[in-house]
Write a protein that binds this ligand. Structure first.
Ligand SMILES: Cc1cc2nc3c(=O)[nH]c(=O)nc-3n(C[C@H](O)[C@H](O)[C@H](O)COP(=O)(O)O)c2cc1C
Ligand code: SF4
Length: 410
């Protein structure tokens, strides 16, 4: 029997990944008070590195500490460099074969109002975000500088690359989406909005100045609300993917070597960003978005697809109309890679549930995998602004969830 394509190698720039499984960016709000990795962060990533996935994303790491969505979020400022360097060194000693990229982010209007300062780039606020302070071009220029500095730090501390986050409803999305409709340097016409992503990519590439350093981006192909990324205009929800397609082509031209497909925004359209039991068909929609990107890009630019955690061993009851053996992670991963829909299959929640999926598949022990049940209890911790993890397979978090629920009931 030929090997499952998930376990085949793949080239990314000058590196060869041992398999086509990725650990997706999964913020668990467990940094220390300075935004450095804590003992819990170390433990989590050590397991990911032992688990053997070819590509590992460091969760959203903030390039400044004024506007953040999570209280214990990791940060990447000059004062974090030493701690990040030790972190990368420790992890690379666990496993030097995979690539480790940092997801650089700014939360913009979705920054938590109680713990930081939400800022917005749109004169007209997005509904529900009226409290965010409107910033001008000069203030935005400082944010761009911070992003570039953060990329330089990521390179200096030994990361293999950066993922410039243009997804999830965070600042990158807020600039790119059609709702950013008033005319300013990076607003109004698509040519202006896309210039933000293109300028940032060019500046990062030049500042790092290392042809082996990977630059890529997680983008939301369609955010799923009027004026969101992938909609036809600022006041329509009609899907029109021409801007998303043009975006990734322009990013590729400027040197990006991977694009992480995503959809939705957890703040507004959560089940689109991570398909849940009630909308399991969302997992199939992600295949479509991946194919759109794959068709737009050159073969050497890798498409990494998200939204796969419900597939498990094919037995999730959320799916009907398909036999389990034709609906598993292994089935779809193999088929989609062979058919040119996606290059790498990313696991978000599934990596929290079991960080060793790649290793267990490679060793032919699929029956030992702890399959994610898609309960989404891991997000409760993020909402509660407290360190989190899988509430089903990690007893610490099962107990912690019980306490949170009991406290809320009281
Ligand atoms: C607890 C939690 C934290 C997350 N943190 C991030 C993050 O830091 N950056 C990001 O791009 N996506 C984040 N996501 C989204 C995942 O990376 C992924 O795109 C999504 O969960 C869908 O993939 P899945 O079905 O494999 O879970 C998070 C999701 C969850 C549930
Ligand atoms: S808490 Fe639930 S959704 Fe989250 S990783 Fe664990 S099983 Fe999956």
């Amino acid at each position: 029997m030929t090997q499952n394509a998930l376990l085949s190698t793949v080239k990314i720039k000058n590196r060869v990944l041992p398999n086509r499984l990725a650990v997706g960016a999964m913020e668990c709000d467990d940094g220390d008070s300075e935004g450095n990795p804590s003992a819990s962060t170390y433990a989590r990533y050590q397991k990911y590195f032992e688990g053997g996935a070819g590509f590992i994303s460091l969760e959203a790491i903030t390039c400044q500490r004024k506007s953040m969505s999570s209280i214990n979020q990791l940060s990447i400022l000059p004062e974090n460099a030493k701690a990040l360097e030790s972190f990368v060194k420790t992890l690379k000693a666990v496993n030097p074969d995979n690539v480790f990229v940092f997801q650089l982010t700014h939360s913009g209007e979705v920054s938590h109002p109680a713990l930081s300062s939400p800022v917005r780039v749109t004169k007209e606020p997005l509904y529900g975000f009226e409290h965010a302070r409107f910033i001008d071009e000069d203030e935005f220029a400082v944010i761009m500088d911070e992003w570039v500095e953060a990329a330089k730090i990521a390179h200096a501390v030994g990361a293999d690359g950066v993922d410039l986050k243009f997804a999830g409803g965070y600042l990158g999305s807020q600039v790119l989406r059609p709702f950013n409709k008033h005319d300013w340097k990076y607003g109004g016409a698509w040519e202006n909005r896309r210039r933000f992503a293109f300028d940032l990519t060019e500046r990062v590439t030049q500042a790092v100045n290392d042809p082996d350093f990977l630059v890529g981006s997680k983008i939301s192909v369609y955010e799923g609300f009027p004026g969101g990324q992938g909609s036809a205009g600022p006041d329509t929800a009609l899907m029109d993917l021409s801007e998303s397609i043009d975006l990734v082509k322009g990013l590729e031209e400027r040197g990006m070597s991977f694009i992480i497909e995503s959809a939705g925004a957890p703040w507004h359209t959560e089940p689109l960003s991570k398909p849940d039991k009630a909308v399991s068909f969302g997992a199939y929609e992600h295949f479509y978005f991946q194919k759109v990107l794959r068709d737009a890009l050159k073969p050497e630019t890798l498409v990494i697809g998200t939204g796969n955690s419900l597939f498990r061993d094919g037995t999730h009851t959320a799916f009907t109309a398909v036999a389990p053996e034709k609906n598993s992670l292994q089935f779809w991963g193999d088929k989609n890679i062979r058919e040119g829909i996606v290059d790498i299959v990313s696991l978000g929640r599934q990596s929290l549930a079991d960080p060793a999926v790649a290793k267990k598949l490679a060793e032919n022990h699929a029956e030992e995998i702890n399959w994610c049940i898609g309960c989404d209890n891991c997000t409760v911790f993020l909402r509660e602004q407290t360190p989190g993890g899988c509430a089903v397979y990690d007893r610490t978090f099962t107990e912690k969830l019980k306490e949170i629920k009991a406290r809320k009931k009281a």
